[in-house]
Design a protein around this ligand. Structure first.
Ligand code: HJJ
Length: 486
């Protein structure tokens, strides 16, 4: 009897009491990461909640590395959520299940992204060129808007701008700010991220899809945006296949076509499917959503803390005179800028929870048993705001990443968790950091950004896969004798 009881009661993680039908969904509130972090303080780093019909195990603090790195395979799955099925018909690398083909496919995607961004000196220079060209357009627009209106909202311009950088890298084409099709394709990031973010209601109460209600309306919009986004990407890939030449690789799409076609004979792995479009969708979609969000936060924080904007300008002025522009090679000489970028990532934690994981086998963590196919939430926010790791975690302070000599502390920068870890970690981490560094250095070198004194600046945001700051207004003026850009 004792053995039987012992086996039956191998404990699952503790957690708050759940309501019938909805479980703890109502408690999640508008900012689920804050509720989950509070629950971690109460129940420990590993706890469980119920969301609708699903049991969700939430991992915080140290348990994240244990699960995603040390027991990586066990936790590498994705749940069979309703929303994930509509992202490229379920063929997305980021949202799809963990299979043998997935491992091969991911390696190819990862090396393709590297080859077209941070791979070597030449590709870095090409990437830098795209960032520079796009920054020039953006600055011109900002200065024009400031002349026209004094204060204006920069958010959508930052989206088109980053999407253009990635469109140049991915597809060899940029669009004007007025282009309606492009604005449609990249203008619905809020809808996308709100529907796929951890804690999304349709995913845990799928029956809400079947009768009229606000969640169904949101989900129908999500399906529509995915169809249109998918068509945009497929058209690009078809056009590339028509005109591709083996002698030159024009862009990331060409590179991925060649790399995946080489593997294409292995139909036992791919089932004869073409994965170029879904993967270019992931790369373009993920990069433009996350990088535009990051830039929105960077601009907002630069105007919220003018003394830090000044500090960054002083640093860049010391290293880069007016005869040239900041470049990739300056990165090591600009530690404060990097500290600022890391502090934006830590402080905002704008990917507070990763894309939900699931266990692909029965497993255990920190002494708790977890059955196969359990939904796993990874609370990145809990690490970035852990008072045991960071002093005054709620204070924005780039200086925390610099030692007495003003050098970047690599142990601390690598403690920021925003690109996840292990088998599912981001494949664009290097590209992102390079782009955010360049953009921040260019802003500091070329212009001064100020807030509308009539509208007090807040750091409030909407929850989703990425946290988007609320609308804000700025004015932009050129700095000094600008011989370089405009
Ligand atoms: C999109 C915005 C989309 C895809 C992909 C297929 C890979 C932020 C984190 C990870 C990024 C997750 C990925 C997103 C892919 C978007 C994005 C949009 C349609 C898509 C943690 O991005 O409006 O539509 O279809």
């Amino acid at each position: 009897l004792w053995r039987w009881l012992g086996q039956r009661s191998v404990p699952g993680p503790p957690g708050p009491l759940a309501w019938p039908l909805i479980g703890n969904a109502a408690q999640l509130g508008k900012l689920p990461h804050l509720y989950l972090t509070r629950m971690a303080q109460k129940y420990g780093n590993v706890f469980q909640i119920k969301l609708g019909s699903r049991t969700v195990v939430v991992l915080n603090g140290d348990s994240i590395k244990q699960a995603l790195v040390k027991q990586g395979t066990d936790f590498a799955g994705r749940p069979d959520f309703a929303s994930f099925k509509y992202i490229f018909d379920g063929d997305s690398l980021a949202f799809g299940p963990f299979t043998d083909w997935w491992k091969v496919h991911r390696k190819v995607a990862q090396s393709t992204v590297r080859t077209f961004s941070t791979g070597n000196t030449t590709t870095k220079k090409t990437f830098e060129h795209h960032v520079l060209c796009e920054f020039r357009e953006l600055l011109q627009l900002f200065v024009g808007k400031t002349k026209q209106h004094r204060f204006f909202q920069p958010m959508t311009y930052l989206v088109v701008s980053t999407a253009n950088i990635m469109s140049a890298v991915c597809f060899g084409k940029r669009y004007t700010y007025e282009d309606e099709e492009f604005r449609q394709v990249v203008g619905r990031n809020d809808q996308f991220t709100q529907t796929v973010g951890a804690g999304s209601i349709v995913d845990v109460m799928p029956w809400l899809q079947y009768f009229p209600n606000p969640i169904k309306t949101m989900f129908d919009n999500f399906k529509k945006l995915n169809l249109e986004f998918g068509q945009f990407i497929r058209d690009k890939v078809i056009e590339h296949r028509k005109t591709i030449q083996s002698s030159i690789t024009r862009d990331m799409t060409d590179a991925l076509i060649m790399a995946l076609d080489k593997l294409g004979d292995k139909t036992e792995l791919t089932g004869g499917k073409d994965y170029v479009s879904p993967t270019m969708g992931d790369i373009f979609g993920a990069s433009q959503d996350t990088l535009s969000t990051a830039l929105q936060w960077i601009v907002l924080i630069l105007v919220k803390y003018p003394e830090m904007q000044l500090r960054i300008q002083q640093e860049v002025d010391k290293v880069v005179d007016r005869s040239r522009l900041p470049s990739i090679e300056d990165q090591l000489q600009l530690p404060y800028i990097m500290a600022f970028v890391y502090e934006v990532m830590r402080f905002t934690s704008f990917v507070p929870l990763t894309i939900p994981h699931s266990t692909i086998t029965d497993t255990s963590i920190m002494g708790y048993t977890i059955p196969k196919n359990t939904v796993i939430f990874i609370n990145q926010w809990s690490i970035n705001h852990d008072p045991a790791l960071w002093s005054h975690p709620e204070t924005f302070n780039p200086q925390r990443f610099l030692d007495q000599n003003g050098a970047l502390n690599k142990d601390l920068t690598s403690s920021v968790l925003i690109f996840s870890l292990g088998k599912r970690r981001c494949i664009g981490e290097e590209l992102s950091k390079l782009q955010l560094f360049l953009f921040t250095a260019l802003i500091a070198h070329q212009c001064h950004i100020t807030a509308d004194p009539a509208r007090p600046l807040k750091l409030d945001y909407n929850y989703g896969l990425t946290l988007k700051p609320h609308a804000f207004s700025i004015a932009v003026s050129l700095r000094g004798h600008n011989m370089s850009l405009l």
